[in-house]
Design a protein around this ligand. Structure first.
Ligand code: ASP
Length: 292
């Protein structure tokens, strides 16, 4: 059994480099049956478009079989505990289980009960989304080469974002200078530069990671409306004003809230590059975790 990936801290920098080396190769020449005969189960207890299909695509491109567990019809909805569901899946002998859950810590807890399979965190609550951070760093590296000393602003609902947690940790480990931007109620207590004023920060950064407002995790309204958020924090053509800042977003984008249409589709946008690279990076992750 290989190594679990429940949080970005599970990987040392040299392991990240190895995964990126594989991903570069896969981007160039595609998969070649590296995981033939292996089985990956996707268990997504929370909605997903990109992450789930990206893992499915990645596994299939490597020749593995993929089972997508239909959570609505699974036995957890009949009262089976999450642990029993996981232990039963594990007993069938898959090589990897990709799990997403709205509770922070579920992938790590489950990893302790599995005997055969490797757990990969596909996003847990507001805690971690390690594969997103890997594909974000990979995308920046392909754009810039070395990322050391580059300046990135993460803009939006950072406090409730698992993407932000994993990105902050990984990007700073590789020397990126991260500034957190948003209204006070969206900013976490972290020892990093913070700003409430997007325009000021745009003068100083090389790139922006924009985030969706995670309303599903808000217990009470934190902003009068998404429109009010957009007035202050939307990145649009006017605010970019010919700057060459690159724009990333993990998706799903709420168009004309965090990013205007023209920015989503504009030349600064790396959003579809992220999606494309996401498959290659997840191929690299599967190969690394299952084969070393
Ligand atoms: N797709 C990302 C996630 O699963 C970001 C988002 O949902 O806004 O965390």
């Amino acid at each position: 059994m290989g190594k679990h990936l429940t949080s970005i801290g599970d990987l040392e920098n040299w392991e990240v480099e190895k995964i990126f080396e594989y991903a570069e190769e896969f981007l160039e020449r595609g998969g070649n049956g590296e995981l033939k005969g292996r089985v990956v189960i996707n268990v997504f207890f929370e909605n997903s478009t990109r992450t789930r299909s990206s893992f499915e695509m990645a596994a299939k491109k490597l020749g593995a079989e993929v089972i997508n567990l239909d959570v609505e019809r699974s036995s957890t909805s009949k009262g089976e505990t999450l642990f029993d569901t996981a232990a039963n899946l594990d007993a069938m002998g898959p090589d990897a289980i990709v799990v997403r859950h709205r509770w922070a810590g579920v992938p790590e807890l489950l990893s302790k009960y599995l005997r055969h399979s490797v757990i990969i965190n596909g996003g847990d609550g507001a805690h971690q989304h390690p594969t997103q951070a890997l594909l974000d760093l990979f995308t920046l590296r392909r754009k810039w080469g070395d990322v050391k000393g580059k300046k990135i602003a993460i803009v939006g609902d950072i406090r409730n974002s698992r993407v932000a947690n994993s990105d902050i940790e990984l990007l700073t480990r590789f020397g990126v200078e991260v500034t957190l931007v948003g209204p006070p109620q969206f900013l976490p207590q972290l020892p990093l530069p913070k700003s409430y004023k997007l325009e000021e920060v745009l003068d100083k950064v090389d790139g922006v990671i924009a985030l969706r407002t995670q309303t599903e995790r808000h217990h009470s309204p934190t902003f009068a409306s998404l429109h009010d958020f957009a007035v202050l924090y939307q990145i649009n053509g006017e605010k970019l004003k010919g700057r060459s800042i690159v724009i990333l977003h993990p998706g799903p984008v709420n168009r004309n809230v965090e990013l205007s249409d023209e920015v989503v589709e504009g030349e600064n946008s790396l959003i579809l590059e992220q999606v494309k690279n996401g498959v290659a990076v997840r191929m690299g992750i599967l190969k690394y975790l299952l084969e070393g």
